[in-house]
Design a protein around this ligand. Structure first.
Ligand SMILES: Cc1ncc(COP(=O)(O)O)c(C=O)c1O
Length: 371
């Protein structure tokens, strides 16, 4: 069922490849072998040796004491933040006590704010404050200092957690910026969560060890089923909140039993992601360059594995809907793409199952469309 070879072909026999997301990869043969021979046990009892090995490995990578393997990055984000909201703030000025609800400050484009089905409101009983980075790329400590809600004002739900995302839309938040924000958060009594679903990409692109990012946050989400390429799973690396997060995972129905097969696939993927991801980043640069040469404009700089192009003019020029554009790429070229979004942009995501020749096909398809 998992064979990439068969899934990557359409009836004509032509190879189909997928640029919609890095979540679409299929497990490799090596991962499937590891899954088949994984030792398993009941993870709710903490008795799955393959899960325990993965959690230990990731905690070590991140410089944290513990990690918790979960079904998805969405689950890791909600467990992390609700756990931080459940413990007392870093410092509590006695004159300005507020009970819940609290607020979570994050970038206005962050996954947590836009694409997690409002779970913070439902489970976290918290509201989000979407912040705009003034440099147009990533938040910094000044953006946060000016826009968070402080206790002492009866009109607001005071900010308890700052949630960062790195990479965000493929953009890297520099380590120094994160360090400065974390220092400020500590001074102002905020907890910091890092949605690092694609932190691996930042680390590979900049050469920064993951643990250095790990020191800039109290809880961290790392996805294993995006650029890393594992079939399922994400992991959170909390410092103080592991038991709280484990409890909330159970509450949400996320306490799983013999999950070791999935953990074994992820552990295998962690052995050689560096080289694969460097290639993805190189492919993104090639695609971006080819797109520009073919007359397309880039909507954002390319830092890692995402290429954002302006696409509204193509729809307008041809009188197409976004769906028609997707159909065109699939039928004419065998490429699955996201259409043009509400902002008029088309996102292409490189991953380890996109080859160099696929990138060349995509560039030809882009050139053909801009004729
Ligand atoms: C930055 C970021 N965080 C979290 C998620 C959620 O991941 P999942 O699909 O594993 O819930 C995504 C998904 O694309 C993401 O891009």
């Amino acid at each position: 069922m998992y064979r990439a070879r068969t899934l990557h072909r359409i009836a004509s026999g032509r190879r189909v490849f997928d640029l919609r997301s890095d979540t679409v990869t299929k497990p490799t043969e090596a991962m499937i072998r590891e899954m088949a021979k994984a030792e398993v046990g009941d993870d709710v009892y903490g008795e799955d040796p393959s899960v325990n090995a993965l959690e230990d490995r990731v905690a070590q990578i991140m410089g944290k004491e513990k990690a918790l393997f979960c079904a998805s990055a969405t689950m890791c984000n909600i467990l992390s933040i609700t756990s931080l909201l459940a413990i007392p703030p870093r410092s509590l000025p006695s004159t300005s006590f507020h009970g819940p609800p609290y607020s979570v400050a994050c970038d206005y484009r962050s996954h947590l704010y836009l694409w997690e089905a409002g779970n913070l409101a439902t489970f976290g009983h918290a509201t989000t404050i979407p912040l705009r980075p003034r440099n147009g790329l990533y938040l910094n400590h000044e953006d946060i200092a000016q826009q968070v809600w402080r206790p002492g004002d009866v009109h607001v739900a005071p900010t308890r957690v700052i949630s960062l995302e790195n990479t965000l839309d493929g953009l890297i938040m520099p380590l120094k910026t994160m360090q400065r924000m974390y220092q400020q958060a500590r001074e102002q009594g905020h907890w910091v969560h890092l949605d690092g679903a694609r932190l691996w990409n930042s680390s590979v692109a900049t050469g920064t060890p993951m643990a250095q990012y790990g020191h800039c946050a109290d809880t961290i989400t790392l996805c294993l089923s995006k650029g890393i390429g594992a079939p399922i799973g994400a992991i959170l690396a909390p410092q103080k909140t592991i038991e709280q997060a484990r409890h909330y995972r159970k509450l949400l129905g996320g306490g799983w039993r013999q999950a070791g097969g999935l953990a074994a696939a992820a552990t295998r993927a962690l052995l050689d992601y560096h080289e694969r991801m460097s290639r993805d980043h190189h492919h993104a640069q090639l695609l971006g360059k080819g797109a520009v040469e073919a007359g397309w404009k880039l909507a954002l700089p390319i830092h890692t594995n995402m290429v954002w192009m302006e696409g509204k003019h193509i729809l307008q020029g041809r009188g197409w809907t976004s769906k028609a554009l997707e159909d065109h790429f699939l039928k004419q070229w065998g490429i699955r793409v996201n259409g043009v979004d509400a902002q008029g942009q088309m996102r292409c995501v490189l991953h380890h199952q996109v080859r160099l020749e696929d990138v060349q096909v995509m560039i030809r398809a882009l050139a053909d469309l801009s004729k």
